[in-house]
Every structure is written in C-alpha cells, then in structure tokens.
Design a protein around this ligand. Structure first.
Ligand SMILES: C[S@@+](CC[C@H](N)C(=O)[O-])C[C@H]1O[C@@H](n2cnc3c(N)ncnc32)[C@H](O)[C@@H]1O
Length: 240
C-alpha cells in the first residue's frame, strides 16, 4: 500500500513528516533542484507561495539556506499546519500560513482573499497537487498564473501517472534499483493493474507527464519537465 493519505489525522501527519523520503527517494534530489532555482531566481523583497505546504519541511529547508526568503503557505490540514507552526518557530517573520482548500483555488482571488497582498514572484508546490482532479488542477494552474507577477515562476514537484502499461517492467526494475540504492521500500504495486488499484485506494489522482505539460501551457505558461524519475517529476513553468 501507498502511505495513508488522511492528512487530517495527526498520526498520519507526524509519521509522514518523520520520514518523507521513505517511499520517494527522489524527493531529496528534486528538493535540491527546487532550492537551486529558488536561490538563483528569488528576488528579496518579493514573496513565494507554497501550495500544500504540509508540515513545513520544505520551508525549513529553504529558510536554512535563504535568510531573505518570504513564503506564504496554503494547506487545509490542521494536523500538518500544527507541525509546521512548531517547526517554523525559528522563522516568525518569514512565513505566513493560510488555511484554504486547494480544490477551490480559483475562489482565493476574490475581494476577501485570505492571501496577503504581496508581489508573488514564485509559486511552488511539492507532492500536493496530485490530490486534485484534472478539472481542479486546470483551475488551479489558471489561478497560479493570475497570482504570479509577469516573468514569475511556477515550480512543481509531484507524482505523475504511470500511464503506459507496456513499460511496467521497466518502471519496476528502476524502483527495485532504488530500493537497493536507498535501503527503502517503494510500494507502488506488483503489476500495472495492482499499481492503479494502489493509487486509487490512496486517493491520489496523478495525471500523465503529457497532460501536465498541456495543462501548464494551456494556462499560459512556458513549461517543461526538468527532471523525471519513473513517476516523480519536477516541472518548471514561467509566465511570459
Ligand atoms: C505529501 S504532503 C506534502 C507536504 C509538503 N509540500 C512537503 O513536501 O513536505 C501533502 C500536503 O498537501 C495538502 N493537501 C492535499 N490536498 C489539499 C487540498 N485540497 N487543500 C489544501 N491542502 C491539501 C495536505 O494537507 C498535505 O499537507
């Protein structure tokens, strides 16, 4: 089974946060890539927005390296947000939490918007948006485009769908290789159908790499996938 996805459960929240790399050994590498781009592109005085900031692991990593970083984070899980509040205590002036349901992201842009009025230069999201349906994702990307200032970045680290059944054995070989390299257990199912059942049972709704790129370019972004390991992808998208 994939990890339980009940983020409102305090046990799930703390167990996942204790070892977020456990089922995804590529996470550390893709977070390094995210950080490298943030360090080069972030302009002090502006603000970043994190969609699905969870227990604040990504913020902690960023604040340790970027003392000028300002981040507004959106999440809806009280359990994850409480862990983040504790973790981010050393950075009281750099982080603003906003409780909001990402499935309704387009409605965040009203006159009563809970988002602080800032110049959002970068929006990023790590392992969170695969919980949205394709339609919700489409609305979310259009909203991200509207929130961003011109030339702003949208950086996305997320699970994508394993969509080509004929390639299953190759995916499987690479996960076994990762297990040996990282001494971990990657629980993606024993065959293509089992994988689909495991993903469905966990409530994840990943879409394919091609669909991701279409949604991003339909929203107006110049976008590409900069790193891919099996079903874990890192996308960079930029508003013209
Ligand atoms: C796997 S955790 C990732 C947390 C963080 N981005 C990280 O990488 O450490 C997924 C997070 O997405 C949040 N999330 C999932 N669906 C959401 C929704 N519809 N609205 C707001 N947050 C959501 C969960 O509450 C959880 O904190």
């Amino acid at each position: 089974m994939l990890y339980s996805q009940n983020w409102s459960d305090p046990n799930t929240a703390s167990e996942w946060s204790k070892d977020a790399n456990k089922y995804n050994p590529v996470r550390a590498e893709q977070l390094e890539m995210l950080l490298a781009i943030l360090q080069d592109e972030f302009e002090p005085g502006k603000t970043m927005l994190d969609l699905g900031y969870g227990s604040g692991l990504v913020e902690e990593l960023i604040f340790q390296q970027m003392p000028n970083a300002q981040i507004v984070g959106v999440d809806r899980s009280d359990a994850m947000m409480a862990l983040a509040a504790e973790r981010l205590k050393p950075y009281p002036f750099q982080f603003v939490p906003v409780k909001f349901d990402l499935t309704r992201l387009p409605s965040i842009l009203g006159p009563d918007s809970p988002l602080p009025r800032q110049r959002y230069q970068i929006v990023f999201s790590v392992q969170a948006l695969h919980h949205l349906t394709t339609e919700e994702l489409q609305g979310a990307y259009l909203t991200v485009y509207d929130i961003l200032e011109p030339r702003g970045w949208f950086l996305l680290v997320d699970r994508i769908a394993v969509s080509k059944p004929g390639l299953w054995n190759a995916y499987h070989s690479l996960w076994r290789l990762q297990e040996q390299q990282h001494d971990t257990a990657i629980q993606e199912g024993k065959d293509f159908d089992d994988h689909a059942a495991v993903v469905a049972a966990s409530g994840d709704l990943p879409i394919s790499l091609e669909q991701q790129l279409h949604l991003l370019s339909d929203a107006g972004f110049e976008a590409d996938c900069l790193h891919l390991h099996t079903n874990r992808a890192f996308f960079a998208a930029r508003k013209p």
